[in-house]
Ligand binder design. Structure first.
Ligand SMILES: C=CC1=C(C)c2cc3[nH]c(cc4nc(cc5[nH]c(cc1n2)c(C)c5CCC(=O)O)C(CCC(=O)O)=C4C)c(C)c3C=C
Ligand code: FE2
Ligand code: FE2
Length: 361
């Protein structure tokens, strides 16, 4: 009835698993793959909060007949020989994070990545980690700002997995890091480096993925966390309030989403005397369709066609060294008490809580 742990052996060294996750992406940039991906993604009640029966008809009757073809075209423009940017950046992040732990002498920590939709699935990675002896699992969704549509949805996938499993590991979950100082400084430094190379524009635009406004009205902290992130980055850069704007992109459907909208803002700026902008997307830990195509191309056209002179997109943190160090330190904060060898806690505590050398069963 319950799923058993495969590959368990006695005297196996217990391990700690650090699983970074992101949204997921289609297998290929074609209509078929997009249909499969969008069906899974848009069927998630955390993403689309519309009565299920009504939504089933809208999704299957309209959206899945139109959107896959259109989205496939957009994905083709960002796909390269390494595949989807979201996939290869997340892959690189996991690889470099694993090295970061190894270089710090943490041999017992296994790092990997999973995707909420599509492959590699959360369940596949949990299976693999448990088989390798992971008995304590930390999941780090790479969404800096908490949102039910993303963060809670990731939690749902883990909870669903655990419900079906016999042997559940110790478990910790990072629900957000929108104000974690290392994250703020990593984004601020990325902007500073861009300024050193290109100079400063009239305005800095912080563009975050939007969600329906009703999610904010129902108590989702996402909107507040986005504004706080912008404020903290602006403070780190010594920007005054009139030097930056927070906006929301990637609208879907007809209902009202969080405002101000990125596209409408960019269209209106030239008429208000703003000739040059730099756009940064702090909510995206990896570049993906929504940053490369929507911000890098589509919104550039809106701004330039409205009379703008200069438009620059500042890339996501991707697998930059500073990003990996930030995720490493974020994970360390959440691992506290699990793996003691790495902490500068005082000697008495270390002796008291020291894990026995042969900690096997
Ligand atoms: C329908 C509602 C959607 C909500 C709510 C939503 C929230 C949300 N999404 C991200 C991050 C990403 N979304 C991406 C793509 C994407 N998002 C939606 C819809 C909603 N997102 C769709 C339909 C798509 C697919 C592309 C398209 O057809 O337009 C991506 C990129 C994935 C990639 O493969 O590159 C990311 C990342 C966040 C952070 C968020 C709420 C806070
Ligand atoms: Fe999205
Ligand atoms: Fe989009």
């Amino acid at each position: 009835m319950f799923k058993n742990t495969i590959g368990f052996e006695h005297k196996q060294q217990p391990k700690i698993g650090v699983l970074i996750t992101n949204l997921g992406t289609p297998d290929k940039p074609d209509g078929r793959s997009l249909r499969k991906y969008l069906k899974q993604f848009l069927s998630d009640p955390r993403v689309v909060e519309v009565p299920r029966v009504l939504w089933w008809f809208v999704l299957n009757g309209i959206i899945l007949n139109i959107r896959p073809k259109r989205s496939a075209k957009a994905y083709q423009t960002v796909w390269n020989d390494r595949g989807s940017p979201l996939m290869f950046h997340t892959h690189d992040q996991a690889e470099k994070l694993a090295k970061r732990f190894k270089d710090s002498g943490q041999e017992n920590i296994i790092v990997d990545f999973a995707m909420r939709y599509g492959e590699p699935s959360i369940t596949k990675r949990i299976d693999e980690m448990l088989a390798k002896g992971v008995r304590k699992l930390l999941v780090v969704p790479l969404y800096p700002q908490y949102c039910a549509a993303t963060t809670a949805s990731t939690f749902d996938a883990i909870a669903k997995d655990f419900v079906e499993r016999r042997w559940i590991p110790d478990f910790r979950f990072v629900s957000h890091y929108h104000d974690f100082p290392d994250y703020i400084h990593a984004v601020a430094n990325k902007i500073k480096v861009h300024w050193q190379q290109h100079g400063q524009a009239d305005k800095l635009i912080f563009s975050y993925h939007g969600v329906p406004k009703k999610y904010l009205d129902k108590g989702d902290p996402y909107h507040c966390e986005c504004y706080k992130t912008s404020r903290l980055i602006a403070e780190a850069l010594n920007l005054s309030n009139d030097q930056y704007i927070t906006t929301f992109q990637s609208r879907f459907g007809r209902e009202e989403w969080l405002k101000p909208y990125t596209d409408e803002t960019l269209k209106s700026l030239p008429a208000n005397g703003i000739q040059s902008v730099q756009v940064v997307c702090p909510g995206f830990s990896s570049d993906c369709l929504e940053t490369i195509e929507e911000i890098g191309e589509e919104n550039r056209d809106y701004f330039m066609q409205a009379g703008g002179q200069s438009y620059q997109y500042i890339e996501a943190l991707n697998s930059d060294e500073e990003h990996i160090n930030m995720i490493y330190r974020l994970a360390l904060n959440h691992l506290l008490g699990w793996d003691l060898s790495q902490y500068d806690i005082n000697k008495t505590d270390q002796e008291f809580t020291k894990v026995p050398q042969n900690n096997t069963i």
